[in-house]
Ligand binder design. Structure first.
Ligand code: BG6
Length: 511
């Protein structure tokens, strides 16, 4: 297996949630697979004062709590944690970056890394531009013949709107070149999102059907059963449209809707997805009521347990109008997708955690068996389950045995879990490794980020400035406000419900 060159990884925001829940476990998983460089060092950076030793102890605890790689191999874990170091730093103070520079040079010698540095910005987004600038002012971004590569991963959210995203980008680009900047969207690192491309472009039978001639509508759902947890302060400032749709879900739409790239390279793939984002039919401020429904969860009982409403959550404004649910009907104005509605929905405190895409194929042109089965017979569905129970399912009609011609829906399904060699890597494993290799295929390019903001901005603007646009309440544990049904064109259309309403019924979630 090819492994990346030795390097030093610098995590800004080392005491944050993402670091302990995702980044450190991802590095550990890569370490166990012998996928990391032969020699490497990870420098955790944040404000608090702690020693290298204490930081290493913390890493061990984090792995024990958050790694899915169980049972833990004590020896391996100890060995792994020895590669971690810590530097306390006020990220806003330029002078302190001298200390950082010195520390990096020591660690680089230790890891024989020739000054290959990967900076991971996992702090509050307000610090992103300042950190990039301070690194730049100390020359810590310079790549020349003498020094190694320097790459910077910028966590989401990349801005709050188009203007702020452009401002952030121009500050990053004052010091870093575009090919040094990796804008992370962890959905692109999900194995099952990448598999959409394989499914479409590695199978001769799929692509001919993948267009407006055969597909009547597409549905993308990202449901979460959790509420905002400890992130009320951040979330209340962003809301579901910025948190999930502008990035993750539009990227999924991009993968579903893109044209086949000529080559499988970062530039070719990203050239195709950006065209999808640029073809999104704008929803004008005046059309928001027609095409977008927003909601906010109310207090409820889930399986007998009281659950607070969004406005009662910690660090949330008690009069907040921030949506925790959104459903949209969007169109892609191009030859492949003209007039095919894409229904997108995402929310917190829904009945279960599930992310999936449903492709609805057109019905047969003539209904031979009407009257002998249910009315939707002939509407084939392809369900691509992104998580959990990852897999793909095709629904089609079959004659039930016996007299007459009664048709019923049956399924052909594939579950990743049935593959004997199935190990589905976490998105962050794939993405960190790709960055070490200098492969940006699964990272968002600035033109894509901008096009997605350009699409989302008028909706945010309408919500902010048009007082007649309602925010509907929905009981925690249900599928969001029933008003989202009004987005459909026909009375027999509805969302797919992979499980029932938790507030009232038991949970199940199957493909
Ligand atoms: C993050 C959002 O980007 O994605 C969170 O900020 C959300 O609010 C999370 O919970 C969902 O990711 P996943 O991988 O669990 O679907």
């Amino acid at each position: 297996m090819e492994i990346p060159e030795n390097c030093v990884v610098v995590i800004f925001g080392a005491s944050g949630d993402l670091t302990k829940r995702k980044l450190v476990p991802a590095l550990y998983a890569l370490y166990l697979q012998n996928a990391l460089p032969k020699k490497f060092a990870v420098l955790g950076v944040s404000r608090s004062l702690i020693s290298d030793k204490d930081f290493q102890k913390r890493i061990v605890d984090d792995i024990r709590t958050y790694s899915s790689k169980k049972p833990i191999n004590r020896e391996k874990l100890k060995e792994f944690s020895k590669n971690f170091f810590y530097q306390s730093l006020d990220a806003t103070n330029e002078d302190e970056y001298e200390i950082l520079k010195k520390r990096l040079s020591e660690l680089s010698k230790r890891a024989k890394s020739k000054e290959n540095y990967l900076y991971y910005l996992s702090t509050s987004p307000t610090l992103f531009p300042m950190i990039a600038e301070n690194l730049g002012k100390k020359g810590l971004q310079t790549e020349n013949n003498r020094t190694g590569w320097k790459r910077i991963i910028v966590e989401k959210p990349f801005g709050r709107d188009l203007k702020s995203a452009q401002a952030l980008n121009s500050r990053l680009q004052s010091y870093f070149q575009e090919d040094q900047i990796y804008r992370i969207d962890h959905y692109l690192g999900k194995e099952t999102v990448q598999n959409i491309m394989a499914f479409r472009f590695a199978n001769g039978i799929i692509e001919p059907l993948w267009n407006r001639n055969f597909i009547s509508r597409v549905e993308v759902t990202a449901a979460e059963s959790i509420g905002v947890e400890e992130r009320g302060g951040y979330y209340d400032h962003y809301g579901v449209l910025r948190d999930m749709v502008q990035n993750h879900l539009l990227q999924v739409v991009g993968t579903i809707a893109m044209e086949p790239p000529a080559f499988f390279t970062a530039t070719a793939v990203r050239n195709e997805t950006v065209k999808v984002f640029q073809s999104l039919k704008p929803i004008k401020t005046s059309e928001v009521r027609k095409y977008v429904v927003r909601g906010q969860y109310n207090a409820s009982k889930i399986r007998g347990k009281e659950v607070s409403g969004y406005r009662e959550e910690k660090d949330v404004d008690p009069k907040s109008k921030t949506p925790t649910f959104v459903a949209l009907k969007i169109f892609i104005d191009n030859f492949r997708w003209g007039d095919v509605p894409f229904y997108i929905r995402s929310g917190k405190r829904l009945p279960t955690r599930v992310t999936e895409v449903v492709i609805y194929f057109k019905k047969t042109p003539h209904h031979l068996f009407t009257g002998n089965g249910h009315p939707n017979i002939g509407c084939n569905q392809l369900i691509i389950r992104i998580q959990p129970d990852e897999g793909t399912l095709l629904k089609f009609g079959m004659k039930t045995p016996g007299a007459g011609f009664k048709i019923e829906d049956v399924s052909m399904d594939f579950h990743y879990s049935e593959l004997y060699h199935a190990y589905i890597p976490e998105a962050y494993e794939r993405l960190i490794l790709d960055c070490m290799f200098g492969d940006a295929t699964l990272y968002a390019r600035i033109d894509a980020v901008e096009a997605c903001w350009k699409f989302v901005d008028p909706i945010l603007d309408a919500w902010q400035n048009r007082s007649n646009i309602k925010i509907y309440g929905y009981p925690a544990g249900t599928w969001g406000p029933k008003e989202s049904l009004a987005l459909f064109d026909y009375p027999d259309e509805d969302w797919r419900y992979p499980c029932k309403n938790l507030a009232t019924e038991g949970e199940y979630c199957e493909l």
